[in-house]
Design a protein around this ligand. Structure first.
Ligand code: PLP
Length: 385
């Protein structure tokens, strides 16, 4: 009888899709999906058209157009204060998702254990499962989503090959401090592990915090695998422009895997993103950060008034809210209850935990136009009644 592969059966279906379907059916406001509905910068949009007209329409080199790799290298020098080589250390891929998948394929064997911090981003879990790696979970505890050093050490075994960190984090909004990064770096050194660092929200940090990448630390530079991209920074999630930056020892093979699966990221869109990186001023990045901080304040206030105590995010654009007061025996029922009563869709907290956690949490994405966010806040406040 024809059957799916054993591997595919391990992949967990996304709750976001379920909530989105129900939200569409009930004509609700979708704060479940992690998509920012603001516009892409004009220079980036125009750049795509210019590139297409200029004939930048063929396959690119397996690791990306030189214009984009050069722009990314300059970004690392200015933003991360690290001097990397655009020829040796950068692999452009199909979004951060493609970069993460390619890195996992290139660096991990089936059976290798990988430490994943709960609450996690579901694609990280599913990617690990898809390639046959074994996720080992370690919980970050609210309110500051702190790491327990002993728990982290206990999660590491002789079979561990990597730790995954996501800063600023989805769904927690946690921005890892220098001290926390140092702890992860020391453990990676001591146990000879890769540090896979997803930094897709690097420009969304609040209250004067600083984004810290492990690549900035000399001691783990040769084992830090930075995953990022421009889906969120330029509001171009559908363009699929992401990258991996790491030591040259790993970069080429990661590029070969990316070539095998995606061939290359869309050529004119790579060119347009390079133009955006080269031409957008510092104020653009400050602007998106302060804009989202403002939106964060609005939803945090509304959730408090609604009686859904928020875990105030330090970065990214999601907020986890405590839904203990909402009727339902688990987070899926509670998210559905909120949707049916207010018309606002969220993601059940259980989607971010593997061992039965998150049942009193739901996640809202607040990267929405002001009028939509205000409407959602107004509707959420009615839960108080
Ligand atoms: N990494 C994290 C933590 C995310 O939250 C997302 C999108 O929600 C991605 C990666 C996806 O990035 P990309 O569109 O570049 O594949």
């Amino acid at each position: 009888m024809l059957e799916f592969s054993d591997r595919s059966k391990l992949i967990v279906q996304s709750e976001i899709r379920n909530m989105t379907l129900e939200c569409t059916r009930t004509c609700g406001l979708n704060l479940a999906q992690g998509v920012c509905d603001m516009d892409a910068p004009r220079v980036v949009i125009d750049g795509a058209y210019e590139a297409m007209k200029a004939g930048v329409n063929a396959y690119t080199r397996y690791d990306g157009l030189p214009e984009l790799r050069n722009a990314i290298a300059r970004k690392f020098l200015e933003f991360n204060k690290v001097d990397i080589s655009s020829e040796k250390n950068v692999v452009v891929s199909s979004g951060a998702t493609g970069a993460f998948y390619s890195a996992c394929m290139a660096l991990l064997n089936p059976g290798d254990e990988v430490v994943l911090l709960e609450p996690f981003y579901q694609y990280h879990l599913n990617t690990l499962l898809a390639i046959g790696a074994v996720p080992v979970f370690c919980e970050m505890r609210p309110p500051s989503w702190s790491l327990d050093e002993e728990e982290l050490k206990a999660a590491i075994t002789p079979r561990t090959k990597a730790i995954v960190v996501n800063t600023p984090g989805n769904p927690s909004g946690k921005v890892f401090t220098g001290q926390e990064m140092n702890l992860l770096a020391d453990l990676c050194l001591e146990h000879d592990l890769f540090l896979l660092s997803d930094e897709i929200y690097e420009y969304f940090v609040y209250d004067g915090r600083k984004h810290i990448s492990p690549i900035s630390s000399e001691k783990v530079r040769d084992r830090a695998i930075v995953i990022s991209g421009y889906s969120k920074t330029f509001n171009i999630t559908g363009w699929r422009i992401g990258y991996c930056v790491c030591d040259e020892r790993w970069a080429q093979m990661i590029g070969h895997v990316s070539d095998l699966v995606y061939v290359c990221a869309p050529a004119p869109l790579q060119w347009a993103v390079a133009k955006g990186i080269n031409e957008l001023p510092q104020s653009y990045y400050e602007g998106i950060s302060s804009e989202h901080q403002r939106k964060r304040s609005r939803i945090v206030a509304a959730l408090k008034e609604a009686g859904l105590e928020p875990h105030v995010p330090q970065g990214a654009y999601y907020v986890l809210a405590d839904v203990s007061s909402v009727p339902g025996s688990n987070s899926k029922e509670k998210a559905m209850e909120i949707l049916h009563r207010t018309g606002v869709a969220s993601v059940p907290g259980s989607a971010f935990y593997a061992r039965g956690g998150g049942e009193n949490l739901v996640r809202f994405c607040y990267a929405k136009k002001d009028e939509i966010l205000d409407d959602a806040c107004r509707r959420l406040r009615t839960l108080r009644n």
